[in-house]
Design a protein around this ligand. Structure first.
Ligand code: ADP
Ligand code: ZN
Length: 446
């Protein structure tokens, strides 16, 4: 009993450190409202786009009196950012800027994101909080295998990990064999990388005659920057014998550290003292209820250089209606299903690549990579799925492989409602990546 109380006390102290301002939902919402009012005032006077947008909606910053008033502010889209590239969204003077990052450019021309020193510090602080939430600390050796440079996943995460007191190895993406050497020499315990790179890393380790489970001290992975399924997460945890945590962010909101999984690993806590979240129907733009799936919209209430309001992230998720068992007040979002524009239409059926991945990675016979190819044959659209087979199954009999092929076909048909062509290929034959994977190829126009 005493022990329990002690634990409870310790938990509260820890929470207070993580989130010094608030321990209750009411307090958090007060903080959000204060931030929203302040940021509305600032962008209205400093950013022409927002002055015009507020005016077009007949709203003034002083009309924002409660959190639901947020709905009166118009959305900001990626196209708005691109149209006002490079400095159009600046709310701080040029002389106060210390850093430029850009998005990767997965969905078109990259977007520029500018930072003041305070923005950098705040972004790093959220990473520190996220890292501590997963039980990592100064005794850990952290190898950051995300690309350094313009991409936020490198530098921003790096700063946060240093603040958490971890020993940081700025490995960057690529140079995999050298990085494996560093992992062995310095007993790396934590990696930050894309899920696709994690699967590729395992192959390189195996090629070098090393066992990813036993020949390393790895215990935690932070996975992010691209959509991946629960099944892929499990696969990576098993291959390396680690705890893998989902990490969500986007350049426009400081990069990584927007939402992060806690030890319960059910959804990701979105750091609501920095961001106000909404979920909208991407077609009707109507705000949806907790639990309903739609596009995530974020308002950054603490950013200095480029505070974006009601920014349409393009990412599909939903808000968990129930509080997390860990007790944190920040609400959770579910694993990102993909981007609104990832969806493709095949013979009138809407399909998300994440649906294909969920089926494939749930099968033990399936290896570590796949590719979805759309083609037009004789006026008809067809989907071909190339699937790498797990090494030990690939050596099996022809009949076994034939059975696997028809199994995959049937399972995909059940999930997607269209019948794809399934092509089994040898392990490690499809293109590998050290960053965000590109597994979807649309050849229909060729
Ligand atoms: P982009 O890829 O849009 O050019 P970024 O490099 O800023 O720009 O990447 C941010 C995007 O990456 C997010 O909007 C989201 O689509 C994707 N992403 C980031 N983290 C995750 C995650 N944990 N799960 C799924 N998707 C993610
Ligand atoms: Zn939690």
């Amino acid at each position: 009993m005493i022990k329990e109380r002690e634990n409870e006390g310790r938990t509260i102290v820890r929470r207070q450190k993580e989130n010094p301002e608030c321990l209750t939902r009411g307090c958090l919402e007060e903080l959000q409202l204060k931030g929203l009012k302040k940021v509305s005032e600032r962008v209205y006077h400093k950013v022409l786009f927002y002055k015009e947008a507020f005016r077009a909606n007949g709203v003034k910053p002083e009309d924002i009196k409660n959190l639901p008033d947020l709905k009166r502010i118009p959305f900001t889209t990626r196209e708005d950012l691109r149209a006002r590239y490079p400095y159009g969204f600046l709310a701080s003077p040029l002389s106060s800027l210390v850093r430029l990052h850009t998005s990767t450019g997965t969905t078109g021309k990259p977007k520029a994101v500018l930072f003041t020193q305070k923005d950098i510090d705040q972004a790093a602080q959220l990473i520190t909080r996220s890292i501590k939430m997963t039980g990592a600390g100064p005794e850990d050796v952290f190898q950051n295998m995300m690309s350094y440079g313009l991409f936020t996943g490198g530098l921003i995460f790096h700063y946060g990990a240093e603040r958490a007191g971890l020993l940081v190895i700025p490995g960057g993406a690529g140079n995999t064999e050298r990085q494996i050497g560093l992992m062995r020499d310095f007993s790396t315990t934590i990696l930050h990388l894309t899920p696709s790179y994690a699967l590729y890393l395992a192959e390189v380790m195996e090629r070098l005659g090393l066992n990813p489970r036993d020949d390393f001290d790895l215990r935690i992975f932070y996975l992010g920057a691209e959509p991946y399924s629960e099944a892929t997460n499990r696969k990576i945890e098993e291959i390396f014998s680690v705890d893998a945590y989902d990490s969500y962010g986007l350049s426009e909101m400081n990069g990584p550290g927007v939402a992060f999984q806690c030890k319960q690993k059910e959804g990701m806590h979105l750091w609501e003292d920095n961001f106000i979240m909404e979920i909208i129907d991407p077609e009707t733009l109507e705000v949806l209820r907790e639990g309903e799936e739609g596009e995530l919209v974020l308002s950054a209430i603490n950013r200095e250089a480029m505070p974006l309001l009601r920014y349409r992230t393009g990412d599909l998720t939903s808000i968990y209606p129930e509080p997390c068992r860990c007790g944190r007040i920040h609400r959770r979002i579910s694993r990102i299903k993909g981007r609104v524009d990832d969806m493709f239409v095949l013979r009138g059926v809407n399909i998300f690549p994440s649906g294909v991945e969920r089926v494939l990675m749930g099968l033990p016979e399936v290896g570590r990579n796949y590719q979805i190819i759309l083609e037009r044959k004789g006026g008809l659209d067809e989907m071909r799925v190339k699937v790498e087979v797990e090494k030990r199954f690939f050596r099996g009999s022809f009949q076994d492989l034939e059975k696997l092929q028809s199994d995959i076909k049937a399972k995909l048909k059940r999930e997607l409602l269209v019948t794809p062509q399934v092509e089994l290929v040898e392990p490690t034959t499809l293109p590998r990546t050290t960053g965000k994977a590109k597994r979807f190829i649309d050849n229909r126009e060729i």
